[in-house]
Design a protein around this ligand. Sequence first.
Ligand code: 13P
Length: 233
Amino acid sequence: MIIALNNKCNLTKDTFLAYQEDLAKITTTDHLILCPSFTNLALFNLTNVSLGAQNTSIDDQGAHTGEIAAQQLASFTVKYCIVGHSERRTTQHETNEDIAAKISQLFKNDITPILCVGESLEQRQNKSYPEIIKTEIIEATKSLTPPEKERLIIAYEPIWSIGTGLIPQNSEIMEVLTIIKNILPQSKILYGGSANDENIDTLKECPLIDGYLLGGLSLKIDNLQKFLKKLTH
Ligand code: 13P
């Protein structure tokens, strides 16, 4: 299983160094990917974890103040990068077109994108979510080659589940994951949204889930260790 840890906008230099020491002690056979803030990428020194980023620029290096280009990420041994997180789609108004450009920058630099898709509560209630999710995937991947499509990782994160403690029923997750598999049969699919050491026993019964994208739990190492133990037992 792939377990991607999205630290979001958390951990200062000192608290990240202490966190990393704790993360080094985690035992698991699952593949851990740590996505810290940009400022902490250069401090990364773990051998049991792969390095990811939370975002990248749509452009190459150059006159783009405040941006971080995929070439720069690659120079810090970043192997994975989250794109299209709902927090960025909402607050930074990222479009599917922007996200497609970021994915292409990442592949140019041999970084595997983790594309986040998911519906709002309103879109779930008015039943527009299958179309929303299909469009998010098709528009972000339309210029990719077949091998790139296979390598792309998708994270299904229902927006109403992120940080709320609410999780969809397994049947609801399965419905969406089946839609995704129909478009990208080879891609690995992660689930994200309030996944934790209490609900993992239920979530792990979902056969199409290839891993998890963890927000809040990524910062609680003891609970993360419990989560990983339950996942394999
Ligand atoms: P939580 O696990 O805190 O709900 O966050 C999920 C998420 O947004 C990961 O990208």
